[in-house]
Design a protein around this ligand. Structure first.
Ligand code: ATP
Ligand code: MG
Length: 375
C-alpha cells in the first residue's frame, strides 16, 4: 500500500523513498514510498492521478545530471530512473549532503496530431533529451538545451548556423566534423554524407529520420537535426569528447563490463522502438569524459542506408554470417556484431586472425567467407 505525505519532505527511514511530484503551477507534493523495490510504473501514475485528478497523465519525467528531462513510460525506464536516483543519493551521502527527494514531473497525454508517420510520439518539447555540454557555463546548460530543441522543433537546423571546426574522422559514407552551432552556442558532431539522390528521396529520408527526435535514452547519441545542402546530407548529433572505442585498443575487463551494460541498454532501447542497429561495431560506440557510453549510426532510415549502400558497396567484418550470405537480418544479427565487437575490445585485436581489417573499411565478400564457414 502506498500513501502520500503532503508538505515538506520529512526524515527518511533507510528503506523509504521520497518522490516529489512537481505540479504545473510550481507547487509540489511529497510521496513517501516504503516499498520502493516493489514500486511499479502503474503505481506512480495512480498516485499522480490522485494529485492531478483533472489531467490524463501517461508518463512522467525526471532530470538527469545535465538538467535534461528523461521520460519514463515503463517499469524498465522506471528502474533506470531509480538506479540513477540512488547513485545521486550515494554521492550526496559521501559528500555529507542532505538527501534530496526524487523529483518527477507528470506529463500529460499529447493530442494525436503530435504523432509522426511511424505512429510514434515525436518529442517536440523543449528541454528533453540528453546533450553535450562543452563550451557552456553550467547555468546556461538548461537554457541552451531547451533553445536547441526549440530550433529543431521549428525545423531550423541549417548550414548557416554551423561553423565546422576539426575533422573527427572519415567513415565509409562520409566525414564527421566537430562543429559549433551559433544559435545555441553548442558543440555538435556533424556527419556529412555526399548523396546523389532525387528530391523525393531526400524528403523520404528526412521523414524517416523523424523518429530520432523521439529517441530519448542516455545510451543513444542525442540527435539534433538533419538537412540537405546540394548533394549532401548533414546529420547533427551530440558531440562525444572521448571519441569512439575503436581507438582504445585492449580495454580491461572491469571497464569493458561497464561499457557492455551501456551498449546492451542502448540496443535494448532501440529494439524496443523496433529499430535494428545494423552497424554495431566499436567505431559506433562513443564515450565522453563524463563516463557515458552511447551508440551512434543506427539504421533508422531505410532510404538513407540504401542510398549510402549504392555508393559504397561492400560488407563489414562485424556483419553476422546470415547477413554476409544475404539472408534475413534480425535482432540476432545485431547481437552477433555486439559479440565480435566486444571480443575485439577485450582481446585488443579482431577475433578472426584471417581477416586483416583496416578499421571502418569495407571488405570483399571472399575474405569474410571464413565467418560464414565457421558457424
Ligand atoms: P562507418 O562509416 O562504417 O560507420 P565509422 O563509424 O568509422 O565507419 P563514421 O561514422 O563516419 O565512420 O565516423 C568517423 C569517426 O568520427 C568515428 O570513428 C569517431 O571516432 C568519430 N565520431 C563519429 N561521431 C562522433 C560523435 N558524435 N562525437 C565524436 N566523435 C564522433
Ligand atoms: Mg560510425
Amino acid at each position: 500500500m502506498l500513501w502520500l505525505l503532503c508538505g515538506p519532505c520529512g526524515a527518511m527511514d533507510s528503506q523509504a523513498l521520497v518522490i516529489r511530484i512537481k505540479i504545473p503551477d510550481g507547487a509540489a507534493v511529497d510521496w513517501t514510498v516504503h516499498s520502493a523495490p516493489q514500486l511499479l510504473f502503474r503505481d506512480v501514475l495512480d498516485v499522480i492521478g490522485q494529485v492531478l485528478p483533472d489531467a490524463t497523465t501517461t508518463a512522467f519525467e525526471y532530470e538527469d545530471e545535465d538538467g535534461d528531462r528523461i521520460t519514463v513510460r515503463s517499469d524498465e525506464e522506471m528502474k533506470a530512473m531509480l538506479s540513477y536516483y540512488y547513485s545521486t543519493v550515494m554521492e550526496q551521502q559521501v559528500n555529507g549532503q542532505l538527501i534530496e527527494p526524487l523529483q518527477i514531473y507528470p506529463r500529460a497525454c499529447k493530442p494525436p496530431g503530435k504523432r509522426n508517420i511511424h505512429g510514434l510520439k515525436v518529442n517536440t518539447r523543449a528541454g528533453a533529451g540528453s546533450g553535450a555540454s562543452e563550451a557552456l557555463p553550467s547555468n546556461s546548460l538548461k537554457k541552451s538545451s531547451a533553445e536547441l530543441k526549440k530550433i529543431l522543433a521549428n525545423g531550423q537546423m541549417n548550414e548557416q548556423d554551423i561553423r565546422y571546426r576539426d575533422i573527427l574522422g572519415h567513415g565509409n559514407g562520409g566525414t564527421v566534423y566537430k562543429a559549433y552551432h551559433v544559435r545555441s552556442g553548442k558543440i555538435l558532431a556533424v556527419k556529412v554524407i555526399p548523396l546523389d539522390i532525387t528530391l523525393e528521396l531526400q524528403k523520404q529520408i528526412m521523414s524517416e529520420l523523424e523518429i530520432l527526435y523521439k529517441c530519448d535514452s542516455s545510451y543513444i547519441i542525442g540527435f539534433y537535426g538533419a538537412f540537405f545542402v546540394e548533394n549532401r546530407i548533414s546529420l547533427c548529433t551530440e558531440f562525444m569528447d572521448g571519441g569512439s572505442l575503436d581507438v582504445y585498443r585492449k580495454i580491461p575487463e572491469h571497464v569493458l563490463g561497464r561499457i557492455a551494460v551501456a551498449v546492451v541498454k542502448g540496443l535494448t532501447y532501440l529494439w524496443s522502438l523496433k529499430i535494428l542497429h545494423r552497424d554495431v561495431k566499436p567505431s559506433n560506440m562513443l564515450v565522453n569524459t563524463r563516463g557515458q557510453v552511447k551508440l551512434c549510426d543506427f539504421g533508422v532510415s531505410t532510404q538513407l542506408v540504401n542510398s549510402i549502400a549504392k555508393t559504397y558497396v561492400g560488407t563489414n567484418a562485424y556483419m553476422a554470417p546470415e547477413r554476409i550470405s544475404g539472408e534475413q537480418y534480425g535482432i540476432h544479427s545485431d547481437v552477433w556484431s555486439l559479440g565480435i565487437s566486444f571480443m575485439e575490445l577485450a582481446l585488443g585485436r579482431f577475433p578472426y586472425p584471417q581477416i586483416q581489417k583496416n578499421q571502418g573499411s569495407l571488405m570483399p565478400l571472399q575474405l569474410l567467407q571464413c565467418i560464414v564457414d565457421e558457424v
